[in-house]
Design a protein around this ligand. Structure first.
Ligand code: HEC
Ligand code: HEC
Length: 366
């Protein structure tokens, strides 16, 4: 008798349990009160360098999706008007097209927005290199008064109260409470997936293969980019090195003064280290997708690539304190011809990854 009741009870319990599961597709499979996560798999691409993934934050489909939601959601800003994507727009290579970024209540920032791609290979983040990891970086803009101006304590309360986030955090991290650490881990996962390796330059199988892939003008530009000044080149490569990034990612070499100013309105890396010898140094940016990311330099002073090339050709401030050794070594203006400047610009355009800036997996999920 007892057994009969027990069995009926068990069936009833199973029915109720099934009824509670509103939509198994949307809610994932629960096991022992825990969600099973699905490891995130990157697309295959022979151009990738060895990956540098965080060991304490393995990428999962659920974590990446959570990060994508957070990235595109203005809920992260104090008045719910600005999301990460407001200043990092996909069609502009994840920059904002402004000289200086505009945060909540139209507050103008002090720097030009940075493109977001291939972030796992940067040892230092931001123009001044002040952050050493993506996870450390992401809480910065949320709290910065001229960006999102949001207090983390209030943000946790807001996310906990939002019906949108309870389940995604649970699914990604099996977490009952939302914490700043999990928020930054979710964003970190999404940011890591933003890989850009489908530019024409990535189709080259070696330097000798250029003939088939890029125009004659771009090939001349590549030569100029790579060759030292003594050999008639423009020697961009010594700073914008580390092919295939065309930016420098090593800690020691990544911060440099390329001679924009004699006196520094923004001390850059000098503000981070407190050393006078670091004043005027900024991160050597990767030049991938540079065609989409105007205006240029840490303060957005140049509106287009023509202006950038005019600067490198004839306006480098050779008396700038802490000027980089790669410029000091030759110590003169490049005086490039109009054709040479155009050739370098043509070459820079071969670093444009249109697939990346149109990829649906980085779009707003809402
Ligand atoms: C108000 C505009 C604005 C908002 C909002 C904003 N950013 Fe940024 N972002 C910038 C600017 C400007 C920089 C460069 C800042 C600097 O160097 O001081 C930057 C830099 C970065 C970098 C460094 C990239 C590199 O290569 O070093 C990352 C990563 C980043 N932002 C991610 C985010 C994320 C994630 C969010 C949302 C949580 C966000 N940003 C919100 C404007 C913004
Ligand atoms: C001495 C090192 C050095 C050399 C040589 C150099 N660059 Fe740069 N480049 C930098 C640094 C550092 C920045 C960022 C400066 C800043 O914003 O203060 C930069 C910025 C840029 C930018 C702007 C990117 C952006 O996202 O805003 C472009 C484009 C660029 N360089 C192209 C070139 C080209 C083309 C050459 C060769 C003619 C060249 N660079 C030579 C160090 C260098």
């Amino acid at each position: 008798m007892k057994l009969k009741f027990f069995l009926i009870g068990l069936v009833l319990f199973a029915v109720i349990l099934k009824g509670c599961r509103k939509d198994p597709e949307a809610f994932g499979e629960e096991n022992d009160g825990k969600y099973q996560t699905t490891p995130y798999v990157f697309d295959q691409n022979p151009a990738y360098p060895p990956f540098r993934l965080p060991v304490d934050n393995p990428l999962t489909e659920e974590g990446v999706m959570l990060g994508r939601m957070l990235f595109h959601d203005p809920i992260l800003s104090v008045d719910s008007t600005i999301s990460c994507a407001s200043c990092h727009k996909q069609n502009k290579g994840f920059t904002d097209g402004l000289k200086l970024s505009k945060g909540v209540q139209n507050q103008i920032g002090t720097r030009n927005s940075m493109p977001l791609y291939n972030l796992m290979w940067h040892n230092r983040l931001f123009w001044d290199g002040r952050a050493l990891s993506i996870r450390q970086q992401v809480l910065g803009p949320i709290q910065a008064h001229n960006e999102m101006n949001m207090n983390l304590f209030d943000l946790m309360k807001r996310l906990e109260a939002s019906p949108r986030y309870k389940t995604p955090f649970k699914k990604a991290f099996n977490a009952d409470h939302i914490t700043p650490e999990l928020l930054s881990k979710g964003l970190e996962q999404f940011l890591i997936t933003m890989l850009s390796f489908n530019a024409p330059i990535d189709k080259l199988k070696g330097r000798t293969d250029t003939l088939n892939v890029i125009s004659e003008s771009a090939r001349r530009g590549l030569q100029l980019f790579m060759q030292p000044v003594e050999n008639g080149g423009a020697d961009c490569f010594h700073c914008h090195s580390n092919v295939p990034f065309f930016g420098n990612t090593s800690i020691s070499g990544s911060m440099s003064n390329n001679g924009l100013d004699v006196a520094f309105a923004d001390k850059g890396f000098g503000n981070v280290t407190g050393l006078e010898t670091d004043n005027g140094k900024f991160r050597v940016p990767s030049l991938r997708n540079v065609e989409f990311t105007a205006p240029y330099m840490h303060d957005g002073r140049f509106d287009n690539l023509e202006e950038v090339l005019d600067f490198y050709s004839g306006d480098i401030k050779l008396t700038s304190p802490n000027l980089d050794i790669n410029i000091l070594a030759h110590g003169k203006q490049l005086n490039l011809s109009g054709q040479q400047k155009q050739d370098i610009i043509e070459f820079l355009k071969t670093l444009s990854d249109t697939q990346f800036i149109n990829d649906p997996k980085f779009r707003s999920p809402f």
